[in-house]
Design a protein around this ligand. Structure first.
Ligand SMILES: Cc1cc2nc3c(=O)[nH]c(=O)nc-3n(C[C@H](O)[C@H](O)[C@H](O)COP(=O)(O)OP(=O)(O)OC[C@H]3O[C@@H](n4cnc5c(N)ncnc54)[C@H](O)[C@@H]3O)c2cc1C
Length: 245
């Protein structure tokens, strides 16, 4: 059984996966399609990109970052989620997917905008607005069912990429906290930042020396130069109701 299954590999799900995987949780992302962000023509309000960024490139790089952090991925649409044992939620959940083997995880993050029908058997508290269902959560993304969380637009967060990413990270940290793995912050700091004050490096943090920092910086710059050397050969996905020739 995995520590965590994240349903939805869009903006919120990928951001969550980066944090849970880096904290050492065995994280599986199950994605049944495409992020709604793939419809964007130019992402111009995500901090860090002064003139914007190709939204599909952003999604690809974020997926790569989650994979580098140790998250695993599976394609498939989740159709049903239920407890392994009705009496004991801490024993985890079984997720059924279209055409795939059932998946088991101790905790589940629903990051599956706009679909949450698979949560019906769990009675997590869904609210209908128009033809959409949102999932009610507390400030950490926890639903009414212990072990089940929701992140991003499906948790009724504002419909913006940076908000969905930030919420995914916040919910992930609630999962880390609830999982009781040793954790302080996910920080990389210069050598001596803690130990220079006779403190142990707290769990989740790492101190790196100047050489290691240069190596990491070089690798990061090389990857970004490669990624942005040429435009991505992908078009935005049009709204399904727009007729095209
Ligand atoms: C046309 C358009 C343009 C936009 N432009 C901007 C912009 O310029 N700036 C900005 O800040 N925001 C923009 N947004 C908003 C932004 O795309 C969303 O706010 C953000 O993607 C929400 O993130 P999310 O993770 O909640 O959902 P998503 O990124 O959509 O991810 C949800 C994922 O869950 C998967 N999924 C759904 N159901 C299931 C299931 N049952 N099983 C498995 N997987 C499932 C989906 O396939 C998808 O990959 C735009 C949105 C649209 C539609």
């Amino acid at each position: 059984m995995r520590d965590l299954c994240i349903v939805g590999g869009g903006v919120a799900g990928l951001a969550a996966a980066i944090f849970t995987a880096r904290a050492g949780l065995d994280t599986l992302v199950v994605d049944g399609g495409e992020s709604i962000l793939a419809r964007n023509a130019s992402l111009e309000n995500y901090p860090g990109f002064p003139d914007g960024v190709d939204a599909r490139q952003y999604l690809q790089l974020t997926r790569e970052q989650a994979r580098n952090a140790g998250a695993e991925f599976e394609l498939g649409r989740v159709t049903r989620a239920e407890p392994v044992t009705e009496a004991a939620l801490e024993e985890g959940f079984v997720l059924e997917t279209e055409g795939g083997e059932p998946l088991e995880a101790r905790r589940v993050i629903a990051a599956s905008w706009p679909n949450s029908d698979y949560l019906e058997p769990l009675d997590v508290g869904r609210m209908q607005r128009g033809n959409k269902h949102f999932v009610s959560v507390d400030e950490g993304g926890r639903t009414a069912v212990d072990g089940v969380y929701a992140a991003g637009r499906i948790a009724d967060e504002p419909h913006q990429t940076v908000v969905a990413a930030g919420h995914g990270a916040k919910v992930a940290l609630a999962v880390v906290y609830d999982s009781e793995v040793p954790f302080y912050q996910d920080w990389i700091v210069p050598e001596g930042y803690f130990t220079g004050r006779d403190r142990d490096v707290p769990p989740g943090c790492a101190e790196i020396d100047a050489e290691e920092r240069r190596e990491r910086d070089e690798k990061a710059r090389a990857r970004l130069l490669e990624a942005f050397a040429d435009p991505l050969d992908e078009e935005p996905t049009m709204h399904p109701s727009v007729e095209r020739d």
